[in-house]
Design a protein around this ligand. Structure first.
Ligand code: B12
Length: 315
């Protein structure tokens, strides 16, 4: 039988990560993960070649680095992945709503800071070996984050293309840390529990999802967050003005999380008063979204998203 977690250093790491707000974490040895990783990287290459990334040209530019992670971190020996749950409750009404991941400070910053804090505390306590170096990646580098989380045993990649943790569901952010430390663990692949369920695929009103594959050009999340300028056709956005959770709301693994998590309220910047939003000037919009993940959406595009909530698209 293969012995997992052979390096006792991992105990200190997982405790520090848990203390820093990451209840679930894992580590995988890069050289032992390479073969499976390559199959995912190939899928990525093929996805890009079919233009399923739409106008997200940064995904194309990062292709070589995704195919070979040592271009991102040359001394790569092992990869740590962490999950951070975010509030699972809906934000707004069915007429005007925001994706849940927006309900809080910008995760790019907070996850990075919390991971950095965990490593600083490990260093202070003398738990980092001499010469230990690392690179934190939270949607900030050309890294296949779901693939690494999966290889670290943190969940399976569902038909909606998201990482699903058996207990936490998919309302989680992923953080990845490349390190030059050998932890010596093989990939731990969890069973894919999607089975015959296809609720996420049916829940998408634009047909953006095939099993395990997303056509970004049809995805409400892409259209509201990433696409600049007018859309080429009317989109049934189901009331979403920023991001979309329809394929996650439908997932049985998320239902119990919503039930078991206390509602912590809605961040003030996620205004849902339609009249106020329609009147909002550009400078008011900029002030409202400053320092939040909504900064991704330019003012004219947010107005486009607001206008797109046609009566016919409402549930
Ligand atoms: C670009 C991007 C988007 C794009 C494209 C989404 C997509 N599915 O690719 C858009 C703007 C649409 C988007 C939307 C969202 N995103 Co986004 N996004 C990313 C980003 C930056 C890159 C994703 C990427 O590489 N896509 C490329 C394609 C090829 O990926 P793929 O089709 O899923 O295939 C990969 C694997 O799934 C695997 N694979 C594919 N098919 C199969 C089949 C089998 C059988 C197997 C084994 C493997 C496998 O191989 C591929 C290579 O890794 C990541 C952060 C990162 N750096 O990784 C966040 C990320 C994926 N997004 C995230 C979030 C939260 C969202 C939204 C939920 C936000 C929202 N509420 O609106 C939605 C979800 C929509 C959806 N169903 O995907 C989280 C997901 C967390 C999770 N639980 O998985 C990430 C990881 C960011 C983070 N750090 O937390 N996103």
């Amino acid at each position: 039988m293969e012995v997992l977690r052979t390096d006792p250093i991992w105990n200190d790491f997982s405790i520090a990560l848990s203390d820093s707000g990451f209840p679930v974490s894992g580590v995988v040895d890069f050289s032992r993960a390479k073969d499976i990783y390559s199959t995912h990287a190939e899928r990525y290459r093929e996805w890009i070649s079919r233009g399923l990334h739409g106008d997200m040209h940064y995904l194309d530019r990062g292709l070589a680095r995704r195919l070979d992670p040592t271009l991102v971190f040359p001394e790569l020996k092992s990869v740590i992945a962490v999950l951070k749950p975010y509030p699972p409750h809906p934000v707004g009404t069915e007429e005007l709503r925001y994706a849940r991941y927006l309900n809080g400070p910008d995760y790019h910053d907070t996850l990075k800071d919390s991971l950095e804090a965990a490593f600083q505390s490990l260093r202070k306590q003398g738990h980092l070996p001499e010469g230990f170096r690392y690179k934190i990646c939270v949607d900030t580098s050309a890294v296949l984050e779901r693939t690494w989380a999966m290889l670290c045993g943190l969940g399976w990649i569902g038909k909606n293309t998201l990482l699903i943790h058996p207990a936490l569901g998919s309302y989680v952010f992923i953080g990845v840390v490349f390190t030059n430390q050998e932890f010596g663990e093989s990939p731990k692949i969890l069973k894919d529990y999607c089975g015959n369920c296809s609720r996420c695929l049916s829940a998408c009103p634009t047909g953006a999802l095939q099993s395990h594959e997303l056509d970004s050009k049809k995805c409400i999340s892409y259209l509201t967050l990433e696409k600049r300028g007018e859309w080429s056709e009317q989109i049934p956005t189901a009331g979403f003005v920023a991001g979309c959770d329809l394929c996650q709301e439908a997932c049985p693994y998320n239902l119990k999380i919503v039930k078991n998590t206390p509602d912590s309220g809605v961040a003030g910047y996620l205004v849902t008063d339609e009249a106020a939003l329609l009147q909002e000037t550009e400078s008011e919009y900029s002030a409202r979204i400053l320092g939040t993940a909504l900064e991704r959406i330019r003012y004219p595009d947010f107005k486009r998203n607001l206008r797109a909530r046609l009566p016919g698209s409402r549930k």
